[in-house]
Write a protein that binds this ligand. Structure first.
Ligand code: TLP
Length: 344
């Protein structure tokens, strides 16, 4: 079978031998009784890492985000977020389906939304005929913007605004590890500004399954109930929690290598006249580019014929994501393929 260079997402990684070994040997118990020692250990480790009172293991990033939104809101409430936020674009309308809430959208720049954009959207408490604004959601790194880092100084200002209006803040930190490695700001420092945080173990960190949500104990106690209610209460979950723990202990630092690789590809692409790459947005392990004179489908087909699998970013945009299963040799080969496709 042809070996593709798979740049569709950092979700495509497969567990390494070392990771499989800890999974095989994981101590397990029934997690619905809170008796899985490995899941408990992972949750304690993650809570400590994120500087929160408690944490909860959940199967997916989507479930993590949506449980948090559910806990923070009541039906009819509104949550403010960026227009291309994952919770809006790619979570199957779950804010409406699960929580009966609506999202209020802001056009961000590089995924960043600012207090001056947010404040006018906050509904006055006296306006009983309007939905109630309950929370602000931020995505870091921001997927559709190209894996961009949300600056900590802006997060701090948004928190001040949230406090002024008594609003919660939720962080979709599916790739918070990448933001932290790129900016040098600790995940704890980022998480400190939010009531709830969702982080993924199954993206850049290379675990096969799993996300973590974290917050105050009272919030996580409630999240535990919601997780069960939507079918997320798993049993001998230590088998996969072990992979998550391994990922947190071994695979954070190496993300800088993924960032370097994305940058190599971006620099190469920026040389072609029929490709538009905004180098300023290439900050972590993602790279978005617009082909000129070729449709995205055409580019994806040609790349796949030559051995590269890529994805679609926003409209008219091709997305590459680097990860721990793409070697330096493959990056070199990818560059040659790109030259053939865009110059040949
Ligand atoms: N993102 C996936 C796709 O859904 C687009 C990807 O390949 O990038 N938040 C953010 C910011 C995400 O990028 C993702 C996954 C999620 C949440 C959801 O995580 P999962 O897939 O575990 O539910």
């Amino acid at each position: 079978m042809k070996k593709f260079i798979d740049l569709r997402s950092d979700t495509v990684t497969k567990p390494s031998e070392a990771m499989r070994k800890v999974m095989l040997n994981a101590e397990v118990g029934d997690d619905v009784y809170k008796e899985d020692p490995t899941a408990n250990k992972l949750q304690e480790y993650a809570a400590e890492l994120l500087g929160k009172e408690a944490a909860l293991f959940v199967p997916t990033g989507l479930m993590g985000n949506q449980i948090c939104l559910n806990v923070l809101t009541n039906p009819g409430d509104e949550v403010i977020c960026e227009r291309t936020a994952h919770i809006f674009q790619y979570e199957s309308g779950t804010p409406a389906k699960l929580s009966g809430i609506q999202l209020s959208l802001i056009e961000g720049k590089n995924g960043i939304i600012t207090p001056s954009q947010i404040e006018p959207l906050i509904r006055p408490e006296s306006a009983y005929y309007m939905p109630r604004t309950k929370a602000i959601e931020i995505e870091n790194t921001h997927n559709v913007a190209g894996g961009t880092v949300f600056p900590i100084e802006v997060i701090k200002e948004v928190r001040q605004l949230a406090d002024k209006y008594n609003l919660f803040m939720h962080l979709d930190g599916a790739r918070l590890w990448n933001a932290s490695v790129a900016s040098g700001v600790s995940v704890k420092d980022y998480a400190g500004y939010f009531n709830t945080v969702s982080v993924c173990l199954s993206k850049g960190l290379g675990a096969p399954i799993g996300s973590i949500i974290a917050g105050d104990k009272s919030i996580i106690d409630e999240a535990f109930r919601v997780r069960k209610a939507i079918g997320g209460g798993m049993r001998q979950v230590g088998i996969i929690a072990a992979a998550g723990l391994f990922a947190l202990q071994n695979n954070i630092d190496r993300l800088k290598e993924d960032h370097y690789k994305a940058n190599l590809l971006a620099e190469h692409l920026s040389k072609f006249e029929n490709v538009e790459v905004d180098m300023a947005s290439v900050q972590t392990n993602m790279l978005m580019f617009k082909p000129i004179g070729m449709s995205v489908d055409e580019v994806l087909n040609r790349l796949s014929n030559e051995g590269i699998l890529a994805g679609q970013g926003g409209y008219g945009v091709v997305r590459f994501v680097t990860h721990l299963d793409v070697s330096f040799d493959e990056i070199e080969r990818a560059k040659q393929i790109l030259t053939k496709v865009f110059e040949g």
